[in-house]
Design a protein around this ligand. Structure first.
Ligand code: CDT
Length: 308
């Protein structure tokens, strides 16, 4: 029997500092309802979808930032999203800042099934940016101050009739991310992102932001025979312009659907998961062609040891 997931990349436009979680949830419910009208099974929201991208500001005392994090999920603010999704019998994936009971801070994404059960949680592995205040920047990207990199790695979960994985924003730039999930037979990877169009350490990359976004996700999809759903929080948020370009990519590496604006919008694609096997069983038949015995550097060292 065909295994079909109709998925929506539910892009959000900017969320300003003063916007309440309730207002973000209300916007997400509108997108959820539109996706339901289009017959979607699954709706994917961006990274940090409940707040503005707060790592763009630095606070001396990290406890002054506690209000950006969720202590539990669902909670009073997000319960309406969970309720409406269950009523519509539609699943979703949501990114948010998490603080645990032990005070650990993670950049987190969850997967909620059509019956309302939270079936998976992923915590961001690759944390970009800087740890300390850099006052000369036009804006901070202090994710490494606000979030602990997760050591839990990349899971793949049986959900929505297939094998689903998650990654968050900067994770999508690293081939290891996809391959870790590819080696667990992933068929659809869900990814939320916030990508400022101005890359402060090297502005020559600014004009390439959209190209690099598509490049990494399309190659990750193709090289692992998987769908990839990339979902932005785009537009000008607190004066910082961010990439939109949310898209759904097939295991061929082709873009199947893409948003057209940098605001709240869904892009929808109907995905036949069995398509993955045209790639997983041929060019990318891992068991037949991979050579892990000569890949030892990949897990044995972090930085390059430059050949002399
Ligand atoms: N949110 C996130 O991970 N953004 C990064 C920006 C890199 S610039 C520090 C990204 O890779 O898109």
């Amino acid at each position: 029997m065909a295994r079909i997931i109709t998925v929506a990349a539910a892009q959000l436009g900017p969320i300003q500092r003063s916007d309440s979680r309730a207002s973000c949830v209300a916007r997400m419910i509108v997108l959820l309802q539109e996706a339901a009208k289009q017959g979607c099974d699954l709706v994917v929201f961006p990274e940090l979808a409940l707040t503005t991208f707060f790592p763009r500001w630095f606070v001396e005392d990290i406890h002054d930032a506690d209000h950006w994090y969720e202590k539990s999920m669902p909670n009073a603010d997000t319960q309406p999203l969970f309720d409406e999704a269950k009523r519509l019998h539609i699943g979703f994936s949501l990114g948010y800042a998490e603080i645990t009971e032990h005070g650990e801070r993670f950049n987190t994404q969850i997967l909620v099934e059509k019956d309302g059960r939270t079936v998976a949680k992923y915590r961001k592995v690759h944390i970009p940016g800087h740890e300390k205040h850099e006052p000369d920047r036009p804006f901070q990207h202090a994710e490494r101050y606000y979030f602990t990199p997760s050591n839990e790695g990349f899971g793949v979960w049986k959900a929505f009739g297939g094998r689903v994985g998650m990654m968050i924003c900067n994770d999508r730039r690293w081939p290891e991310t996809y391959r870790e999930m590819g080696l667990q037979g992933v068929e659809m990877i869900l990814c939320g992102y916030n990508t400022p169009l101005h890359y402060v350490p090297d502005p020559s990359q600014d004009a390439l932001a959209g190209f690099h976004n598509a490049l990494v996700m399309q190659s990750g999809a193709y090289q692992n025979g998987t769908f990839v759903v990339g979902v932005a929080k785009g537009g000008i948020e607190e004066g910082v312009d961010s990439l939109a370009d949310s898209c759904i990519i097939g295991p061929s590496g082709e873009i199947l659907a893409k948003t057209e604006t940098n605001g709240d919008e869904i892009a929808v694609a109907t995905c036949d998961l069995d398509w993955c096997y045209q790639y997983k069983n041929t060019l990318f038949d891992f068991d037949r062609y991979r050579r892990p015995e000569v890949y030892q550097r990949i897990t044995g060292q972090r930085g390059a040891i430059v050949a002399e």
